[in-house]
Design a protein around this ligand. Structure first.
Ligand SMILES: *[C@@H]1O[C@H](CO)[C@@H](O)[C@H](O)[C@H]1NC(C)=O
Ligand SMILES: *[C@@H]1O[C@H](CO)[C@@H](O)[C@H](O)[C@H]1NC(C)=O
Ligand SMILES: *[C@@H]1O[C@H](CO)[C@@H](O)[C@H](O)[C@H]1NC(C)=O
Ligand SMILES: *[C@@H]1O[C@H](CO)[C@@H](O)[C@H](O)[C@H]1NC(C)=O
Length: 388
């Protein structure tokens, strides 16, 4: 729900401000380009990556679901920085028993479903990490990156810092890292080549090949394990392609709900503590008005029912049916798998909204959700606020 918000802020709100108000001068001057001093390392070409990806483990290789008019153009590499970009963390999650040796910084919006997914994953593994809350308007906190969306995960590796992006890819890469102790992150990214292509709207877009796959080197995987992996992957895709699209039309259903939603974003994102008040006001009121207006368009694009709540309830029931069929506490069994964590993460992004309260009242997803929350909270480290 965040991506469209920014597009609107950038393309509609800013230009109109530019025409009408002096204030815009501040925006535009602070936004000026700075020289790029970051070294980028070419790590691997997609061709090599795909070959290794296919060979490694012998069977998993996710193909881009290429639509007819999609033209592959070229490949990109994950940015590598010899020095850490300057950043100001807002809080840390610290788990003293974390033995992964990962040093991670997550650049995020607290209530973006994709960021919530990544946090849910990190928490489910008891990993320590730092959080940088990005301001939605100027996005200065990620001005060092060519990748302009969140989440961005910065991982300390030998000799520098590796930038990872795409919530699904981040989860798959870290999961591969945790399962196979012989691999380093800089090796793992080779299994997830970035493909650049031009989408139906004629825009340059990137996708990450294999992003739903966990890599492993065993050549003979049991049939049962393979089935479980397939199932987990399908539900992760469902969360990205179906569930997530039911959220925006619901949380911005009416002008009142949109405003309430943005006020909740402001509260849990700690905007008032971190950003200037003019920016908070612009984000809350401008964001709510813009999103309320475009939520209808999103509804049409993603085939959401006229009664938008019904689409949300339907998605919840689809998920709960799958969990119940398992007869276990979670889809993954007695412990959550990546599908549980993904669905939980996505839903947690609307926890403070009326839509979520209605969802709990009208479906039985609360049973599973509360179990998930208990499970996550038992593993997550303690939060430590950092004062600027
Ligand atoms: C830390 O992580 C471990 C699992 O790695 C978990 O069992 C533990 O509960 C976590 N939380 C804290 C606060 O240490
Ligand atoms: C990024 O923004 C920070 C302020 O948050 C500023 O100090 C820094 O100079 C900016 N860097 C670039 C590369 O724009
Ligand atoms: C697979 O990984 C294990 C350790 O995780 C290692 O001992 C083994 O040699 C690897 N096998 C292959 C074929 O790479
Ligand atoms: C896409 O990117 C290429 C360079 O990578 C550039 O030449 C081209 O103009 C871009 N196309 C669009 C539509 O932005």
């Amino acid at each position: 729900m965040w991506r469209p918000t920014f597009t609107i802020l950038r393309k509609v709100v800013f230009p109109s401000l530019k025409d009408n108000i002096r204030l815009s001068k501040i925006f535009y001057t602070t936004k000026s380009r700075l020289p790029r001093s970051t070294a980028k390392l070419t790590l691997v070409s997609a061709g090599v990556g795909v070959l290794i990806g296919a060979g490694y483990g012998g069977y998993t290789h996710y193909k881009l679901n290429s639509k007819k008019n999609v033209a592959l153009t070229e490949t990109e590499e994950y940015a590598f920085f010899q020095e850490a970009p300057k950043y100001q963390a807002h809080y840390k999650i610290i788990n003293e028993t974390d033995t992964t040796n990962l040093q991670l910084v997550l650049f995020q919006y607290q209530t973006c479903p994709f960021c919530c997914k990544v946090r849910a994953y990190l928490d489910s593994k008891g990993i320590s990490y730092e959080i940088v809350e990005v301001d939605a308007v100027l996005r200065q906190a990620i001005n060092w990156s060519d990748y302009k969306k969140v989440p961005i995960l910065l991982a300390k590796v030998d000799g520098g810092y590796q930038q990872l992006f795409d919530s699904t890819a981040i989860i798959s890469m870290l999961e591969t890292f945790l399962r196979d102790k012989t691999l380093q992150l800089h090796e793992i990214i080779k299994f997830y080549p970035i493909t650049k292509y031009i989408n139906e709207d004629g825009k340059n877009t990137t996708d990450i090949t294999n992003k739903y796959f966990i890599m492993h080197n065993s050549t003979n995987v049991h049939e049962k394990e393979k089935r479980a992996e397939n199932e987990e992957r399908e539900w992760r895709q469902w969360a990205d392609r179906v569930l997530v699209h039911t959220l925006s039309p619901n949380v911005y259903r009416t002008a009142g709900e949109a405003l309430e939603t943005f006020k909740w974003f402001e509260e849990v994102g700690g905007w008032r503590q971190s950003f200037p008040s003019w920016e908070c006001i612009l984000m809350v009121y401008g964001g709510a008005a813009a999103m309320w207006m475009i939520a209808k368009r999103l509804k049409a694009r993603h085939n959401i029912k006229d009664d938008v709540r019904q689409s949300l309830y339907d998605a919840a029931c689809t998920w709960m049916d799958a969990v119940k069929k398992k007869g276990t506490r979670f889809l993954g069994g007695e412990q959550p798998n990546l599908a549980d964590v993904t669905v939980y993460g996505v839903l947690s992004s609307i926890e403070g909204c009326q839509a979520f309260k209605d969802l709990r009242k009208n479906t039985d997803i609360g049973l599973w959700y509360d179990e998930m929350r208990k499970n996550m909270e038992s593993k997550r480290g303690r939060a430590l606020a950092i004062n600027a």
